[in-house]
Ligand binder design. Sequence first.
Ligand SMILES: Nc1ncnc2c1ncn2[C@@H]1O[C@H](COP(=O)(O)OP(=O)(O)OP(=O)(O)O)[C@@H](O)[C@H]1O
Length: 203
Amino acid sequence: MSVLLASGIRYVRDGRAILDDVSLWAPPGAVTAVIGPSGSGKSSLLAILAGLEQPDAGTVTNPFEASRTALILQAYGLVSLLTASENVEMALQADAGLSRRRIRRRAAAALAEVGLEPVADHLTEALSGGQQQRVAIARALVVAPRLLIADEFTAELDPVSRGRVDGMVRGLARGGATVVIATHDPAIAAAADHVLDLGAPSA
Ligand SMILES: Nc1ncnc2c1ncn2[C@@H]1O[C@H](COP(=O)(O)OP(=O)(O)OP(=O)(O)O)[C@@H](O)[C@H]1O
């Protein structure tokens, strides 16, 4: 079974243990939410799960192929001088089996799903924070990921977009994907299948 597993994670920065003996089990077909106050280490844990940071102790078992893994991180990682559509298309370019036309069509559909059809050809730098966040979501979902790791993916969204995107992410899990999110949003945490509470930041 494609379970994402972290066990006994310790992560020390500037002499302080940001994470100490943290374990997480994220099964397929479910949304696993990581919650906790600001500074409790949610983003650090997600970066470790994604393989972007190395823990000081503990192990991560990630059975998913990189090409079927999608990340939505707080800084989005969009290319500001490309259009919204080009940013989403980039996620599909590694798939040699897709024609240019199919790539464009799938990107257009993903942008329409997050309500960005009207600005698909706008430069990303000209979009609002919430629109950029939705481009990052479209880019993540367009690859039909088996693993989605999403950090505060609704933070800048208006309530309508938030509901829509939350529904899309839950739909992805219902389709069998493994989804791990960090969130401050109590409604999104309440709707998750599993919750890991990192509690207060350590002194
Ligand atoms: N590379 C680093 N060097 C030094 N300190 C770091 C580093 N990465 C994270 N930290 C510190 O670790 C703590 C946890 O940060 P992290 O971003 O993981 O928390 P968070 O729970 O995601 O917070 P928020 O909800 O505000 O996004 C913070 O005090 C942060 O300053």
